[in-house]
Design a protein. Structure first.
Ligand code: HXC
Length: 259
């Protein structure tokens, strides 16, 4: 039995962390299952969007498993941190867009999982926090890095130093989430966004994703060069030729082939 369910239908996958009795807390087994699922999704050549969510109504992911972490020595803790971070990085490197559908608690490692996705949708019940400093630790699955990059060091500092819990509407105002919806609308909204993405040219979307993340590493000159190279690459695709021809012929075009 796996702690991660994947449902793939028409180029869109929903990945669900499934350990609801522990509020989907991430232990080594859950992380291993997550890595296995992500590795399999990397092999899906025509995957166009991925939605990540948590099982049950209460929690997206309530963090790394405190029971498992409590007995770790420093070396084991470092390995655990590296392992979780590598799993989240594998998720971030999926070529297609990844949408987090945050359906409740996104605490510690759960907040970090949401941050490793490209876009976050939240239900009105979503709660975000980094409780780590109250447990005598720092975030360890990328939270200091990804929250600072997303919202700036001021927001990251306050939330990580204080552990304050942020409701969905405030998360929206802080730029942590893109949209807040009613709980029973969350998956439908995520699917609607996923379908809108899946309707676009997959090569162009994937290259745009790569360029957006590259902006975090590159100078503006380097970034513009990379963008120009990706733009040029699109002109080698059938999708570009067919979509532009359709526009000029005044035809609707939705038939992107990933070619
Ligand atoms: C282990 C957890 C857990 C966690 C919940 N559970 N969160 N087990 N690790 N992170 C378990 C509870 O022990 C309980 O199991 C069951 O899930 C239901 O939780 P309750 O506490 O009974 O529910 P409730 O009273 O509604 O409170 C919900 C909650 C609370 C506010 C989310 O569970 C909570 O504060 N959880 C811990 C959140 C946290 O601190 N997360 C950050 C961890 S540090 P039983 O068996 O009793 O029913 C982290 C570091 C990441 O994430 C980086 C690592 C390198």
């Amino acid at each position: 039995m796996s702690f991660v369910n994947v449902n793939l239908s028409e180029n869109i996958a929903i990945l669900e962390i499934n350990r609801p009795e522990g509020l989907n807390a991430l232990n080594t087994e859950v992380l291993s299952d997550l890595l296995e699922a992500i590795s399999a999704l990397h092999e899906e050549e025509d995957l166009r969007a991925l939605i990540v969510t948590g099982a049950g109504e209460k929690s997206f992911v309530a963090g790394a498993d405190i029971g498992e972490m409590s007995g770790l020595n420093s070396r084991e803790a470092e390995n655990f941190g590296h392992f979780g971070s590598s799993v989240f990085e594998a998720l971030r490197q999926i070529p297609c867009p990844v949408i987090a559908a945050v359906n409740g608690y996104a605490l510690g490692g759960g907040f970090e999982l949401a941050l490793a996705c490209d876009i976050r949708l939240a239900s009105t019940t979503a709660r975000f926090a980094f409780p780590e400093t109250g447990l005598g630790i720092t975030p360890g699955f990328g939270g200091t890095q990804r929250l600072a990059k997303l919202c700036g060091t001021g927001v990251a500092s306050e939330l990580i130093f204080t552990g304050r819990r942020v409701k969905a509407e405030e998360a929206l105002a802080l730029g942590i989430v893109n949209k807040v919806v009613e709980p029973d609308q969350l998956i439908d909204e995520a699917l609607e966004m996923a379908k809108a993405i899946a309707d676009k040219a997959p090569i162009a979307v994937a290259k745009a994703k790569q360029a957006i993340y590259a902006s975090e590493e590159l100078s503006i000159e380097q970034g513009l060069d990379l963008e120009a190279a990706f733009f040029a690459h699109c002109f080698e695709t059938q999708d570009q030729k067919r979509a532009m021809k359709a526009f000029l012929d005044k035809e609707e075009f939705h038939d992107f082939q990933n070619l």
